[in-house]
Ligand binder design. Structure first.
Ligand SMILES: [Zn+2]
Ligand SMILES: [Zn+2]
Length: 267
């Protein structure tokens, strides 16, 4: 029904678009932050250019800082109009829908209540934020005369880290071990986002085994922290010394004897 009447009578009030918009546009911008800043949280300055409420008149458009309500519509921005048995809301012809009457126009914005400007907004990014997350900053979007100011959305992109990776709230890191360390066991110092932790590697640890250090990961959105996941990577050397070669050949010999023994035992 609404569309039908709108079509017949050419639309009125909000539908016809004669009224000023009631809400300003949302803006979107992006920031790039380091892996560590994403983990810990950071406040970043963001430069934006927007239609802001005029600072001189507080967005009122009037030098006094306060705009009187329009006497025709009483500040609503709309007037009622009768056509036969129907009554329609139309944009107020006196104020053009803003609902305001400027008596002494602001010298800075000439009564518009809006100024186009570039400003720096400090955006607080919570610790543990993910790559691609969007942060909403209320009231820092586009302003409109007599309406609500839109919001600013900041898309956060997180840089990669040369050492650490991330799976949700868990921090991941590779722990390189030599063959002898993996076979005999050792204690290794593993980096975290704070001071390193010592991880005990038991004898006979396979490459790819993951050691979990609780609570040393990334802050979770609802409190607490994820874990540190340290993955063992057993390093096979490309170059070895003469002495190492002799020892490894001896080891190969022993391996061969052990295999032969097992074969005899099974026979
Ligand atoms: Zn009016
Ligand atoms: Zn002004």
């Amino acid at each position: 029904m609404g569309d039908l009447f709108g079509g017949i009578f050419g639309g009125g009030g909000r539908r016809g678009g004669a009224r000023a918009p009631q809400r300003g546009a949302d803006l979107e911008t992006s920031v790039r932050i380091s892996f560590e800043d994403a983990a810990r949280g950071v406040t970043v300055p963001v430069r934006i250019t927007r239609d802001a409420p005029c600072a001189a008149c507080g967005g009122s458009g009037d030098r006094s800082g306060w705009a009187h309500p329009c006497p025709t519509c009483g500040g609503t921005g709309a007037v009622s109009e009768s056509q036969g048995m129907f009554s329609f809301a139309r944009a107020c012809p006196t104020c053009g829908g803003s609902g305001r009457q400027i008596q002494d126009p602001c010298p800075v914005c000439h009564g518009a209540g809006i100024e186009h400007k570039t400003e720096t907004v400090k955006v607080k990014i919570p610790g543990g934020i993910r790559d691609g997350a969007r942060i909403r900053v209320r009231g820092r979007g586009g302003a409109v005369a007599g309406g609500q100011t839109g919001d600013l959305y900041v898309v956060v992109s997180v840089e990669r880290h040369p050492v650490f990776g991330r799976t949700d709230s868990d921090l991941t890191v590779d722990v390189p071990l030599s063959f002898s360390e993996a076979v005999l066991g050792t204690k290794v110092s593993v980096p975290t986002l704070e001071e390193p932790v010592t991880v005990k590697i038991p004898a006979g640890t396979e490459s790819g085994k993951v050691f979990r250090v609780r609570g040393r990961g990334i802050p979770r959105p609802k409190g607490g922290r994820g874990d540190l996941l340290a993955t063992v990577r057993v390093h096979v050397p490309k170059k070895i010394s003469k002495e190492e070669r002799a020892l490894i050949e001896k080891l190969a010999e022993l391996d061969g004897e052990a295999a032969a023994q097992r074969a005899r035992a099974q026979a």
